[in-house]
Design a binder for this molecule. Structure first.
Ligand SMILES: [Zn+2]
Length: 166
């Protein structure tokens, strides 16, 4: 703020100078400065009071919310999730039905398109059996009998070993 020095009348910017820049006189007891101080103090007090009230209001609101939350969980604690879940199921069912219906429509359209394309290319399908070509008979093959005759058995002599008795 700007005031005028009580001693020399010079203009003083109180934000810049602590004393009069012209004569060095103190302006701390200047009427204007004191009034301004009081004004600023009042503003400060009002600001503090405003903040206090705002804090109080927030406390009360929080308390209300907390109590409301408690009431909610106590009274409708299991009902709300159930209702939400049922709604979700309903929506899911509708979505699935819509997808299924639109999908079959799409499939029908695609099948018809394919049929058109096939008829355009004049493809033809027949279910008649295809004749199997004649397979030549397998000729009989003579397999000679094989017989094995044992004529002699080698004789193995085992040496006589006497085991001493204990
Ligand atoms: Zn002065």
């Amino acid at each position: 703020m700007h005031i005028f020095c009580d001693y020399c009348g010079a203009r003083i910017d109180t934000d810049v100078h602590k004393t009069c820049p012209n004569c060095g006189g103190s302006y701390s007891n200047d009427r204007e400065v004191l009034d301004e101080k009081v004004r600023l103090d009042k503003i400060g007090e009002l600001d503090i009071e405003k903040k206090r009230l705002e804090l109080e209001r927030m406390k009360i609101e929080n308390e209300k919310l907390r109590k409301g939350g408690k009431a909610n969980t106590a009274a409708k604690g299991c009902l709300i999730p159930l209702v939400v879940f049922l709604c979700f199921l309903g929506v899911l069912f509708i979505v699935i039905m819509v997808i299924a219906l639109s999908d079959t429509g799409e499939n029908d359209r695609k099948a018809q398109e394919t049929l058109h394309r096939i008829s355009d290319l004049t493809y033809s399908f027949s279910m008649e059996p295809v004749p199997v070509p004649d397979v030549p008979d397998i000729p009989d093959i003579e397999i000679p009998d094989i017989s094995v005759t044992v004529t002699s058995v080698p004789v193995v002599t085992v040496p006589d070993i006497s085991v001493p008795e204990m």
